[in-house]
Design a protein around this ligand. Structure first.
Ligand SMILES: CC(C)(COP(=O)(O)OP(=O)(O)OC[C@H]1O[C@@H](n2cnc3c(N)ncnc32)[C@H](O)[C@@H]1OP(=O)(O)O)[C@@H](O)C(=O)NCCC(=O)NCCS
Length: 192
């Protein structure tokens, strides 16, 4: 179901979980809406089939809907974040943080050392989100995006296996939970 058609009753029950094949059409719809059609259904199917890929969805528990999607590849010791998107009606509620948190947790559990991604220079929301999680700019690809000719910034987040990283994960989780609580239970998101 299209998330826009769902009433946002409080609290909204949500969960993040690995994507399944039945969810692929909804993931592609969200991709179209948020990312302009980055991948086709076959592209997402390849992610499901790959043992080196973590494809996560943020789903409402009260209906078969997808309100967020995130994907990362494990390549050698690196986590390459390829997709992160939240439905426009659900943004600025901490859900992008929750998805990024889960990707980094998955990367840590896989034993990966560092995480990287590319982001449009104009994408302030994403840049701000990644900076909160310790990503730093390490380079730039000139005119990387064909639609606008914009540059891509290359961000890296290192030390995913540092002894202090599990503690950082716990602190992020606590901050996210406090934020959900401050918003008077608007979101009821369980962490895995
Ligand atoms: C980037 C995106 C995933 C963020 O999702 P979200 O659920 O709104 O993010 P959150 O509510 O968790 O916000 C986390 C932080 O991001 C930043 N942020 C989010 N929206 C912002 C906005 N509109 N303007 C500025 N900063 C913003 C803030 O720093 C925020 O932290 P704060 O609320 O403590 O200040 C979402 O905007 C999106 O799907 N964008 C389109 C797809 C995209 O650009 N993906 C990234 C590709 S690299």
């Amino acid at each position: 179901m299209n998330p826009e058609e769902l009433p946002i009753q409080l609290p909204v029950p949500l969960e993040i979980k690995p994507a399944t094949a039945d969810m692929l059409p909804l993931i592609v719809d969200l991709d179209q809406l948020c990312l302009g059609g980055l991948w086709t259904i076959d592209g997402y199917q390849r992610e499901l089939d790959s043992p080196n890929s973590d494809l996560l969805i943020l789903q409402r528990l009260d209906s078969p809907s997808v309100v967020g999607v995130a994907c990362a590849w494990a390549i050698l010791e690196e986590c390459h974040i390829t997709v992160l998107a939240v439905h426009p009606s659900y943004r600025q509620r901490g859900l992008g943080q929750a998805l990024l948190y889960d990707l980094l947790l998955a990367a840590h559990r896989r034993g990966l050392e560092r995480a990287t991604l590319e982001v449009r220079v104009s994408n302030q929301a994403a840049l701000s989100l990644y900076t909160q999680f310790g990503f730093r700019e390490a380079g730039r690809r000139r005119r990387y995006y064909q639609d606008t000719g914009e540059d891509a910034l290359i961000l890296w987040r290192s030390q995913l296996q540092h002894p202090s990283f599990p503690q950082e994960l716990t602190q992020w989780q606590q901050r996210m939970q406090e934020r959900f609580n401050r918003k008077q239970g608007r979101i009821d998101l369980q962490y895995g």
